[in-house]
Ligand binder design. Sequence first.
Ligand SMILES: [Zn+2]
Length: 269
Amino acid sequence: MINDNTQSTAQFLARSFKMVLFFAVIFASLFTMWTPANILSDQPAFWENLTGANADVPVIPTVNPVNQPSRTIGIIVGHWGYDKYGVDDPGAVCTDANGKVTLKEVDVNMRIATFLQQELIQDGFEVDLLEELDPRLKGYHALAVVSVHSDSCGWYGDWATGYQLQAAPNTTHPELTERLASCMRNRYYEGTGLLFLNTTSEHMQQYHAFEKFDPRTPSIIIETGFLLLDQKILVEEPDRIAAAIAAGIRCYAFNETIRTDIESGNEDN
Ligand SMILES: [Zn+2]
Protein backbone atom coordinates (compact mmCIF):
# COMPACT_ATOMS: atom_id res chain seq x y z
CA MET A 1 0.00 0.00 0.00
CA ILE A 2 2.75 2.33 0.88
CA ASN A 3 4.40 1.57 -2.36
CA ASP A 4 1.16 2.02 -4.24
CA ASN A 5 0.57 5.28 -2.47
CA THR A 6 4.07 6.43 -3.24
CA GLN A 7 3.54 5.34 -6.79
CA SER A 8 0.30 7.27 -7.21
CA THR A 9 1.71 10.33 -5.43
CA ALA A 10 4.64 10.25 -7.82
CA GLN A 11 2.26 9.92 -10.75
CA PHE A 12 0.16 12.75 -9.40
CA LEU A 13 3.22 14.97 -9.04
CA ALA A 14 4.35 14.06 -12.53
CA ARG A 15 0.93 14.89 -13.94
CA SER A 16 0.85 18.16 -12.00
CA PHE A 17 4.30 19.05 -13.22
CA LYS A 18 3.26 18.37 -16.82
CA MET A 19 0.16 20.49 -16.27
CA VAL A 20 2.19 23.38 -14.89
CA LEU A 21 4.65 23.07 -17.74
CA PHE A 22 1.81 23.04 -20.26
CA PHE A 23 0.27 26.25 -18.93
CA ALA A 24 3.66 27.87 -18.52
CA VAL A 25 4.35 27.27 -22.22
CA ILE A 26 0.93 28.61 -23.19
CA PHE A 27 1.32 31.78 -21.13
CA ALA A 28 4.88 32.31 -22.26
CA SER A 29 3.76 32.08 -25.89
CA LEU A 30 0.90 34.48 -25.31
CA PHE A 31 3.19 36.92 -23.55
CA THR A 32 5.78 36.75 -26.32
CA MET A 33 3.13 37.37 -28.97
CA TRP A 34 1.90 40.41 -27.11
CA THR A 35 4.42 42.89 -28.47
CA PRO A 36 3.56 46.51 -29.14
CA ALA A 37 3.45 45.80 -32.88
CA ASN A 38 0.75 43.23 -32.28
CA ILE A 39 -1.14 45.57 -30.05
CA LEU A 40 -1.35 47.88 -33.05
CA SER A 41 -2.47 45.23 -35.46
CA ASP A 42 -4.71 43.13 -33.23
CA GLN A 43 -6.68 45.85 -31.54
CA PRO A 44 -8.96 47.48 -34.04
CA ALA A 45 -10.12 49.92 -31.36
CA PHE A 46 -6.76 51.64 -31.49
CA TRP A 47 -7.09 52.22 -35.20
CA GLU A 48 -10.80 52.94 -35.02
CA ASN A 49 -9.86 55.83 -32.80
CA LEU A 50 -7.94 57.33 -35.66
CA THR A 51 -9.35 60.75 -36.40
CA GLY A 52 -11.47 60.49 -33.24
CA ALA A 53 -11.84 63.63 -31.17
CA ASN A 54 -9.34 63.38 -28.35
CA ALA A 55 -7.19 66.47 -28.77
CA ASP A 56 -7.17 69.06 -26.03
CA VAL A 57 -8.04 71.94 -28.34
CA PRO A 58 -11.11 72.49 -30.47
CA VAL A 59 -10.70 70.51 -33.64
CA ILE A 60 -12.77 70.13 -36.70
CA PRO A 61 -15.49 67.58 -35.97
CA THR A 62 -14.86 64.14 -37.30
CA VAL A 63 -17.08 61.56 -38.89
CA ASN A 64 -17.81 57.96 -38.13
CA PRO A 65 -14.43 56.26 -38.43
CA VAL A 66 -16.17 53.16 -39.74
CA ASN A 67 -16.15 54.99 -43.07
CA GLN A 68 -12.38 55.25 -42.90
CA PRO A 69 -10.53 52.18 -44.09
CA SER A 70 -7.71 50.49 -42.28
CA ARG A 71 -4.43 52.24 -41.80
CA THR A 72 -3.36 52.58 -45.40
CA ILE A 73 -1.71 55.77 -46.55
CA GLY A 74 -1.34 56.39 -50.26
CA ILE A 75 1.68 58.36 -51.40
CA ILE A 76 1.71 59.54 -54.98
CA VAL A 77 5.28 60.06 -56.14
CA GLY A 78 4.83 63.10 -58.34
CA HIS A 79 5.52 62.31 -62.02
CA TRP A 80 6.67 58.78 -61.29
CA GLY A 81 5.96 56.53 -64.26
CA TYR A 82 4.79 57.54 -67.69
CA ASP A 83 2.69 60.52 -68.66
CA LYS A 84 -0.54 60.16 -70.59
CA TYR A 85 1.42 59.91 -73.85
CA GLY A 86 3.40 56.97 -72.53
CA VAL A 87 6.54 59.08 -72.15
CA ASP A 88 8.81 59.11 -69.12
CA ASP A 89 7.79 62.15 -67.10
CA PRO A 90 10.59 63.96 -65.24
CA GLY A 91 8.32 66.74 -63.92
CA ALA A 92 10.15 70.03 -63.48
CA VAL A 93 13.83 70.03 -64.38
CA CYS A 94 16.89 72.11 -63.65
CA THR A 95 19.34 72.61 -66.48
CA ASP A 96 22.85 73.95 -66.76
CA ALA A 97 24.05 76.66 -69.15
CA ASN A 98 24.19 74.12 -71.99
CA GLY A 99 20.63 72.99 -71.42
CA LYS A 100 21.73 69.71 -69.90
CA VAL A 101 19.34 68.41 -67.24
CA THR A 102 21.00 68.52 -63.83
CA LEU A 103 18.04 67.74 -61.59
CA LYS A 104 14.64 66.11 -62.16
CA GLU A 105 11.63 66.72 -59.98
CA VAL A 106 10.64 63.06 -60.14
CA ASP A 107 13.95 62.05 -58.55
CA VAL A 108 13.53 64.58 -55.74
CA ASN A 109 9.96 63.39 -55.17
CA MET A 110 11.02 59.75 -55.13
CA ARG A 111 13.73 60.29 -52.52
CA ILE A 112 11.29 62.11 -50.27
CA ALA A 113 8.57 59.50 -50.81
CA THR A 114 10.94 56.63 -50.03
CA PHE A 115 11.92 58.15 -46.71
CA LEU A 116 8.27 58.93 -46.04
CA GLN A 117 7.26 55.35 -46.73
CA GLN A 118 9.88 54.07 -44.26
CA GLU A 119 8.74 56.48 -41.54
CA LEU A 120 5.10 55.57 -41.93
CA ILE A 121 5.76 51.84 -41.92
CA GLN A 122 7.68 52.30 -38.67
CA ASP A 123 4.59 54.02 -37.28
CA GLY A 124 2.50 50.96 -38.12
CA PHE A 125 0.82 52.32 -41.24
CA GLU A 126 0.54 50.42 -44.46
CA VAL A 127 1.82 52.41 -47.39
CA ASP A 128 1.09 52.34 -51.10
CA LEU A 129 3.64 54.14 -53.25
CA LEU A 130 1.66 55.21 -56.28
CA GLU A 131 2.69 56.38 -59.71
CA GLU A 132 1.35 59.68 -60.99
CA LEU A 133 -1.07 57.89 -63.31
CA ASP A 134 -1.29 54.68 -61.33
CA PRO A 135 -4.31 52.57 -62.37
CA ARG A 136 -4.99 52.05 -58.66
CA LEU A 137 -5.91 55.73 -58.26
CA LYS A 138 -9.38 55.04 -59.65
CA GLY A 139 -11.65 54.49 -56.67
CA TYR A 140 -8.67 54.45 -54.32
CA HIS A 141 -9.83 54.29 -50.72
CA ALA A 142 -7.38 54.93 -47.90
CA LEU A 143 -6.99 56.70 -44.60
CA ALA A 144 -5.34 59.55 -46.50
CA VAL A 145 -3.46 60.29 -49.69
CA VAL A 146 -0.59 62.71 -50.06
CA SER A 147 0.74 63.53 -53.50
CA VAL A 148 4.36 64.63 -53.25
CA HIS A 149 5.60 67.16 -55.79
CA SER A 150 8.20 69.88 -55.95
CA ASP A 151 7.95 73.07 -57.91
CA SER A 152 9.72 74.67 -60.83
CA CYS A 153 13.44 75.29 -61.18
CA GLY A 154 12.82 78.51 -63.13
CA TRP A 155 13.57 81.96 -61.83
CA TYR A 156 10.35 83.83 -61.08
CA GLY A 157 11.74 86.21 -58.48
CA ASP A 158 12.75 85.82 -54.88
CA TRP A 159 9.17 85.09 -53.83
CA ALA A 160 9.34 81.63 -55.40
CA THR A 161 10.28 79.77 -52.25
CA GLY A 162 8.28 77.75 -49.73
CA TYR A 163 5.66 75.08 -50.03
CA GLN A 164 2.17 75.00 -51.49
CA LEU A 165 -0.67 72.76 -50.54
CA GLN A 166 -4.08 72.03 -51.92
CA ALA A 167 -6.75 69.80 -50.44
CA ALA A 168 -9.13 67.84 -52.62
CA PRO A 169 -12.12 70.13 -53.19
CA ASN A 170 -14.87 67.54 -53.58
CA THR A 171 -14.84 64.84 -50.96
CA THR A 172 -17.71 63.46 -48.96
CA HIS A 173 -15.77 64.38 -45.78
CA PRO A 174 -14.52 67.93 -46.31
CA GLU A 175 -13.95 68.30 -42.56
CA LEU A 176 -11.48 65.41 -42.62
CA THR A 177 -9.77 66.73 -45.70
CA GLU A 178 -9.44 70.17 -44.14
CA ARG A 179 -8.09 68.63 -40.96
CA LEU A 180 -5.48 66.72 -42.97
CA ALA A 181 -4.49 69.96 -44.72
CA SER A 182 -4.27 71.90 -41.43
CA CYS A 183 -2.14 69.19 -39.86
CA MET A 184 0.15 69.11 -42.86
CA ARG A 185 0.58 72.90 -43.05
CA ASN A 186 1.42 73.01 -39.36
CA ARG A 187 3.82 70.06 -39.22
CA TYR A 188 5.46 70.81 -42.54
CA TYR A 189 6.35 74.30 -41.47
CA GLU A 190 7.52 73.12 -38.06
CA GLY A 191 9.66 70.38 -39.57
CA THR A 192 11.21 72.22 -42.48
CA GLY A 193 11.01 75.94 -41.67
CA LEU A 194 9.63 76.49 -45.17
CA LEU A 195 6.81 79.01 -45.34
CA PHE A 196 3.39 78.34 -46.77
CA LEU A 197 3.08 80.09 -50.11
CA ASN A 198 -0.58 80.74 -50.61
CA THR A 199 -0.67 80.67 -54.36
CA THR A 200 -3.32 78.06 -54.84
CA SER A 201 -3.44 77.65 -58.55
CA GLU A 202 -6.29 76.24 -60.58
CA HIS A 203 -3.80 73.67 -61.69
CA MET A 204 -3.49 72.37 -58.14
CA GLN A 205 -7.21 72.62 -57.42
CA GLN A 206 -7.93 70.58 -60.50
CA TYR A 207 -5.24 68.03 -59.76
CA HIS A 208 -6.19 65.03 -61.87
CA ALA A 209 -5.95 62.46 -59.07
CA PHE A 210 -8.50 64.22 -56.84
CA GLU A 211 -11.26 63.18 -59.21
CA LYS A 212 -10.13 59.58 -59.32
CA PHE A 213 -10.04 58.66 -55.64
CA ASP A 214 -12.98 57.25 -53.80
CA PRO A 215 -14.65 60.48 -52.64
CA ARG A 216 -14.39 59.35 -49.00
CA THR A 217 -10.60 59.48 -49.16
CA PRO A 218 -9.12 62.69 -47.73
CA SER A 219 -6.34 63.78 -50.02
CA ILE A 220 -3.91 66.62 -50.55
CA ILE A 221 -1.19 67.58 -52.95
CA ILE A 222 1.91 69.28 -51.60
CA GLU A 223 4.56 71.14 -53.55
CA THR A 224 7.34 70.58 -51.06
CA GLY A 225 9.42 73.53 -52.23
CA PHE A 226 10.97 75.07 -55.35
CA LEU A 227 13.73 73.23 -57.14
CA LEU A 228 15.62 76.50 -57.53
CA LEU A 229 15.48 78.46 -54.29
CA ASP A 230 14.72 75.54 -51.97
CA GLN A 231 17.05 73.14 -53.75
CA LYS A 232 19.40 72.77 -50.80
CA ILE A 233 16.85 71.31 -48.38
CA LEU A 234 15.03 69.32 -51.09
CA VAL A 235 18.18 67.66 -52.35
CA GLU A 236 20.33 67.45 -49.24
CA GLU A 237 17.66 66.71 -46.64
CA PRO A 238 14.91 64.62 -48.24
CA ASP A 239 14.67 62.71 -44.95
CA ARG A 240 13.83 65.94 -43.14
CA ILE A 241 11.15 66.78 -45.70
CA ALA A 242 9.76 63.26 -45.34
CA ALA A 243 9.78 63.42 -41.54
CA ALA A 244 7.75 66.64 -41.67
CA ILE A 245 5.16 65.09 -44.00
CA ALA A 246 5.00 61.98 -41.80
CA ALA A 247 4.41 64.21 -38.79
CA GLY A 248 1.52 65.83 -40.68
CA ILE A 249 -0.01 62.44 -41.36
CA ARG A 250 0.41 61.36 -37.73
CA CYS A 251 -1.18 64.63 -36.60
CA TYR A 252 -4.18 63.81 -38.76
CA ALA A 253 -4.40 60.10 -38.04
CA PHE A 254 -4.07 60.46 -34.27
CA ASN A 255 -5.89 63.78 -34.04
CA GLU A 256 -2.96 65.57 -32.46
CA THR A 257 -3.07 69.18 -31.36
CA ILE A 258 -2.36 71.96 -33.82
CA ARG A 259 -1.02 75.20 -32.47
CA THR A 260 -3.00 77.70 -34.47
CA ASP A 261 -0.54 80.52 -33.78
CA ILE A 262 2.09 78.77 -35.88
CA GLU A 263 -0.20 76.84 -38.12
CA SER A 264 1.64 77.11 -41.38
CA GLY A 265 4.35 79.68 -41.04
CA ASN A 266 2.28 82.09 -43.07
CA GLU A 267 2.20 85.38 -41.21
CA ASP A 268 -1.17 86.21 -42.71
CA ASN A 269 -2.73 83.15 -41.10
ZN1 LIG B 1 5.19 68.15 -60.10
